[in-house]
Design a protein. Structure first.
Lengths: 196, 362
């Protein structure tokens, strides 16, 4: 089912058009409305990295300033991805300045920030599951029983994580972590040939 | 997304955090979040604090623009008032001291100075923090200079100070000097800068530069000599690139040999060495070939910014079976890291030479 990918691509093209319009007209309201679309994500991500509400709010302002500076001199192909990378970079700079950075997380980010696969793994996982891709389903069968059950309940029977947590006698955050782990592990099995 | 849709999305987020959604809505929200790393980490962050705190902060961020604007307006008004007061004082104080200028009527509004309109764009811009009164141009050169390039003798034009604050679009087209065919994916970079772009299928390119940047460019492409050129603002020029060796072009260098700049070209996940091992382990020599010998298949393909390889083109192959097998193995291979320019993933091309050895593979 291509609807998720299509929607993502549609949003990306729409953002690109708005950026182009801003670069032609210089209308800051356009840029502000564009940024408002993602401000809750930037805020949430900053809060996740910094664990401080006031610093998260400051980071949102910094990201907006960076966006204003950057969009004048170059076109941004994928605004959402750009905001994600820029926000995380600023958060890590803040943590480094405060001497609180986790070196493992920093190293992992240096790898992930160049890998577009990491940001698309969730969409592709959902699509593969919904299309019942043979090799993909075969690989799912090889997962440990806990992970397989989580995946079946969430993607197959469409149960929310809170219900899955109750059914499996787990915490909701553990269910979330398990699903993301499966997504990451399965990402190496994506078959690009099937998409053509 | 208009304001109403945005408000709705924020409402759904807050309802999710407050556990006010139905089971089905909760599932749909979670499924959407799990599709994107950005959404995932944002939700993780929002779950660390209470929903009311999230709501408060999001409202602060939304209101922040208007609060800053009104604060800014107050400061500017105060500054203007002080300036006007000083000007009036300078004008009238000497007159008051001189006896000839004493008049019966009080000097209250002899000179009416209309309050100047605050500048719309440069000061009252809506920002999410304290306003910084700077223009949006990235840099301004303080001492423009004219210099000659040693390599080509091209004089670099001096940027006009009037255009320092503008963004100027430069366009051009890169073609082969002999055949006049457009050259796609040639790298066009700005002299003394990290700014780069690549040409499209018709050889054209477009690049926006700050008005203070000198419009001197260098174009590079494999098997062609690096070419320097200067563009003017108004015209789109055609630039001719000469091949490195007159007549026959050099063979395309396989990416298995030599070192390349990893930051700018597509690379397979795990590196080229691992990709070679993958090919060696998975390529199956076609069975219906009499007198099997070592064969090579040359294949070009594009790598999308998402890392997906597409548009396979086999330029040299001993037979259809070899072609099919090559494409089967590459398309099922590891993901590719896309090419990058200025930190942004772009479409890149890859040229591979795949070697088939008899009695190899599964």
């Amino acid at each position: 089912m291509k609807s998720t990918t299509t929607q993502i691509e549609f949003d990306r093209q729409l953002d690109k058009l708005k950026i182009r319009e801003f670069r032609k007209t210089g209308d800051l309201n356009l840029l502000k409305s564009l940024f408002s679309k993602y401000v809750h994500l930037v805020y949430g991500l900053s809060l996740n990295c910094l664990d401080d509400r006031s610093k998260a709010i400051e980071t949102v302002s910094l990201v907006y300033e960076k966006l204003r500076e950057t969009v004048v001199v170059q076109e941004i192909e994928n605004l959402k991805a750009w905001l994600y990378v820029k926000t995380k970079d600023l958060c890590f700079e803040e943590l480094k300045a405060a001497g609180n950075v986790d070196s493992l997380a920093w190293k992992q980010w240096q790898i992930d920030r160049t890998s577009t696969k990491a940001s698309y793994s969730g969409t592709l996982f959902l699509e593969r599951f919904q299309n019942r891709n043979r090799a993909f389903m075969k690989a799912l069968d090889t997962l440990p029983i806990t992970e397989k059950t989580c995946v079946d309940w969430f993607y197959g029977k469409e149960k929310p994580m809170s219900e899955i947590a109750k059914l499996m006698d787990m915490e909701e955050c553990d269910v979330r972590a398990l699903l993301r782990k499966v997504q990451k592990d399965m990402s190496t099995l994506y078959l690009s040939n099937d998409e053509r | 997304m208009n304001d109403k849709e945005l408000q709705n999305e924020i409402k759904i987020l807050l309802d999710y955090l407050s556990d006010n959604l139905t089971s089905r809505d909760r599932y749909l929200f979670e499924r959407k979040v799990e599709c994107d790393a950005f959404d995932q980490e944002a939700i993780d962050g929002c779950l660390k604090i209470s929903p009311s705190e999230v709501k408060q902060d999001l409202n602060t961020l939304r209101r922040g623009a208007s609060c800053v604007r009104s604060k800014c307006f107050l400061w500017v008004s105060l500054a203007i008032f002080i300036v006007v007061f000083i000007v009036m004082a300078c004008l009238f104080f000497p007159k008051l001291q001189s006896p000839k200028h004493v008049s019966s009527s009080p000097i209250k509004s002899a000179v009416q100075v209309p309050a100047p309109e605050p500048k719309a764009d440069s000061v009252l811009k809506e920002t999410f923090q304290e306003p910084v009164v700077t223009d949006t141009v990235v840099s301004v050169e303080e001492s423009p200079k004219v210099e000659e390039q040693v390599s080509t003798g091209v004089k670099i034009p001096v940027p006009s100070p009037e255009k320092y604050n503008e963004v100027i679009n430069y366009k051009g087209r890169i073609v082969d000097a002999e055949s006049k065919k457009p050259i796609q994916w040639a790298e066009v970079s700005v002299h003394d800068s990290d700014r780069k772009t690549i040409t499209k299928g018709d050889g054209t390119f477009s690049i926006d530069l700050a008005g203070s940047t000198t419009p001197c460019f260098i174009v590079k492409f494999r098997n062609y000599m690096d070419t320097e050129f200067v563009l003017s603002e108004s015209n789109s020029e055609t630039i001719l690139m000469k091949p490195k060796s007159e007549g026959s072009a050099e063979p395309i260098e396989s990416i298995f040999a030599g070192k390349k700049n990893l930051a700018s070209e597509p690379q397979p996940e795990g590196g080229m060495a691992k990709f070679k091992k993958y090919l060696a382990a998975n390529l199956v020599y076609p069975q219906d070939v009499t007198n099997p010998t070592e064969q090579t298949v040359e294949v070009n393909f594009l790598v999308k910014p998402t890392g997906q390889p597409i548009n396979f083109e086999v330029t040299s192959s001993p037979g259809r079976a070899f072609t099919t097998e090559t494409m089967r193995v590459i398309s099922r291979g590891p993901w590719w890291y896309p090419a990058k320019i200025d930190g942004n993933a772009v479409m890149g091309d890859v040229s591979l030479t795949v070697v088939f050895k008899p009695h190899a593979g599964k």
